[in-house]
Write a protein that binds this ligand. Structure first.
Ligand SMILES: [Fe+2]
Ligand SMILES: [Fe+2]
Length: 181
């Protein structure tokens, strides 16, 4: 097994310096400013996704709407939890979570949607999930070992976005093509 890289005394001395930075130490290996920007973009994405699913949940109608609406509601609640996790991490890192509604859609990776057709709703949600999957995958790879805790947050989100995408694909497959709204 490799030697531990830094002696205990050096670690303890460093920990005493800049205590106002909380959990961010000299060992922090990522670009903190950039990480905070990326976290805030993801926060905007999750808020927009929450709003889109809420909109879809309350307006879903038609023969097949009941199980679909239930799925929309579950996803809305999970996207809200994702937003909360991201805001929490931003604050831990000494940043400010941006909840400004004026700039939300321009900062979000995924888009809002107000389709009224059930199939269109599911398709737009699936597209948004695929956007989140692609961008979180890139973020996880970019963070590498530079900020393991933030990476883990994104890994957990990524796993759930993949589940969401799979749920939506399943819904699309189960709704008959000729009676789709
Ligand atoms: Fe999410
Ligand atoms: Fe999602």
């Amino acid at each position: 097994m490799a030697e531990f890289l830094t002696d205990i005394k050096t670690i303890r001395d460093r920990a005493r310096q800049q205590i106002d930075q909380g959990p961010v130490t000299d060992a922090y290996g990522a670009d903190l400013e950039r990480v905070l920007v990326v976290l805030n973009e993801a926060l905007a994405t999750e808020i927009v996704c929450t709003l889109r699913y809420k909109r879809h949940y309350y307006t879903a109608s038609g023969l097949y709407s009941e199980p679909v609406a239930a799925e929309f509601l579950e996803h809305a609640q999970e996207e809200q939890q994702h937003a909360d996790k991201l805001a929490e991490r931003i604050v831990q890192l000494g940043g400010e979570p941006d909840f400004n509604p004026d700039t939300l859609t321009s900062r979000s990776h995924a888009e809002y949607d107000a389709s009224t057709d059930l199939i269109e709703m599911i398709k737009e949600d699936l597209i948004a999930e695929r956007v989140a999957v692609a961008s979180y995958t890139e973020i996880v790879q970019w963070l590498g070992n530079g900020d393991v805790t933030t990476r883990r947050v994104f890994e957990e989100l990524l796993a759930q976005e993949e589940e969401h995408a799979d749920d939506l694909r399943g819904l699309l497959e189960r709704i008959p093509g000729d009676r789709r709204s």
